[in-house]
Design a protein around this ligand. Structure first.
Ligand code: SF4
Ligand code: F3S
Length: 364
């Protein structure tokens, strides 16, 4: 069996000869952690567009059927379970009562007015509110994984003015939650997290937002192959142009994820490679913290110089990137977003605040 060090190296490696999920599937089978009894998984959908299910279903290496038949015992999934209505809910409750399952939640949790704006079927003749269902399931689960930014922090469902009071899973339950954000979550981020739990009966190392460090531990800006364009001031002026996408709103300098080396759609591409800025979908504050998508990040203050979008290429790239990161982290820690209105990941802070990005002379 892979040591944890080898596992970590594999998950953070670039240019693997096979897709990560495929390698991990083999490892799980070799380690015999999946047979004869496969670990039970309940996949619960809250307020969602089902994008994470689609992202997961689009994997071809391994095929979804390999994951479902060889790795896990999927007890319940609203789209994939072959029963519906009361029968499906009975299956869900029977599986939950065994208290041996991994709970995967996709989607945001409506909480306003007692959570009446979202229900998952009926229980005892009454709508089973999503917030109650998630609490019921989480209390019985061995592990809870929030997949996609909506389950992590509300995502687009919690965007201003958030009329249904949507929140992330961690804000409504008391159990620890592994957060796998993204809009959607990359299949490898989810399968890799699951594989770690199954192989080592333990959670992977998590950052301060409970994201697995092996996937969310590096800054997109540091992995981007257009970094030299940034440092030399070669910027795209419009989305679709070639060059560094900073001026057209790239959130790579404040987003922690490995998209540039992992890539999407069967490992072929990622937003910047397609001449589109990163909109920071793996950030817990997405989408409000990224708004407006096509407006560049505020000016960056270095010890003796203020650098803006027009002069950034003249400053040291390394120092500049570091300063952006510090600026962002500082803003988040103080609960101040870079722009737009966001709810911070602080469980006890449900307030909203409006902060306009500062404009400096010379900014576009
Ligand atoms: Fe890449 Fe965006 Fe950073 Fe430019 S600003 S180097 S496009 S991540
Ligand atoms: Fe999302 Fe940015 Fe990656 S938009 S997919 S975090 S490059």
């Amino acid at each position: 069996m892979l040591t944890r060090r080898e596992f970590l190296k594999l998950c953070t490696a670039a240019g693997l000869s096979l897709p990560l999920s495929s390698i991990l599937l083999d490892e799980l089978v070799k380690a015999q952690v999946v047979k004869p009894e496969r670990p039970p998984v309940i996949w619960f959908q809250a307020s969602t567009c089902t994008g994470n299910t689609l992202s997961f279903a689009n994997t071809v290496n391994p095929y979804l059927s390999n994951v479902l038949l060889d790795i896990i015992d999927l007890k319940y999934h609203p789209n994939l379970t072959n029963s519906y209505g009361n029968q499906a809910l009975q299956t869900l409750e029977q599986a939950a009562e065994k208290k041996d399952f991994i709970l995967v939640v996709e989607g945001a949790i409506p909480t306003k007015d007692g959570g009446i704006y979202g229900a998952s079927g009926e229980r005892n003749g009454q709508p089973w509110k999503i917030v109650d269902a998630v609490r019921y399931l989480a209390e019985r689960a061995k592990y809870v994984v929030a997949v996609g930014v909506c389950a992590v922090s509300g995502g687009p469902f919690a965007a201003h003015p958030n009329p249904t009071g949507c929140k992330g899973v961690y804000e409504v339950i008391d159990q620890p939650v592994v957060n796998c954000p993204g809009c959607p979550c990359h299949p490898d981020w989810f399968v890799g997290t699951l594989a770690h739990i199954l192989l080592y009966k333990d959670l992977p190392k998590l950052d301060s937002f409970n994201r697995p460090v092996m996937f969310y531990g590096r800054l997109i800006h540091d992995l981007c192959d257009r970094r030299s364009y940034f440092e030399n001031g070669i910027f795209a002026e419009y989305p679709g142009d070639f060059g560094c996408m900073y001026k057209v709103g790239c959130k790579g300098p404040i987003t922690y994820a490995d998209c540039p080396v992992r890539k999407w759609n069967e490992y072929v591409n990622w937003p910047v490679e397609d001449n589109s800025p990163c909109i920071g979908c793996a950030n817990p504050g997405f989408p409000d913290a990224s708004a407006p998508f096509f407006e560049h990040l505020p000016s960056i203050r270095l010890p003796n110089i203020t650098v803006n979008a027009n002069t950034i290429g003249l400053a040291s790239g390394v120092i500049t990137a570091g300063a952006i990161g510090v600026h962002f982290v500082g803003s988040r820690l103080k609960g101040r977003p870079l722009g737009g209105t966001i709810r911070t990941p602080d469980k006890h802070d449900t307030g909203e605040r409006e902060v306009k990005p500062k404009k400096d002379k010379g900014d576009k």
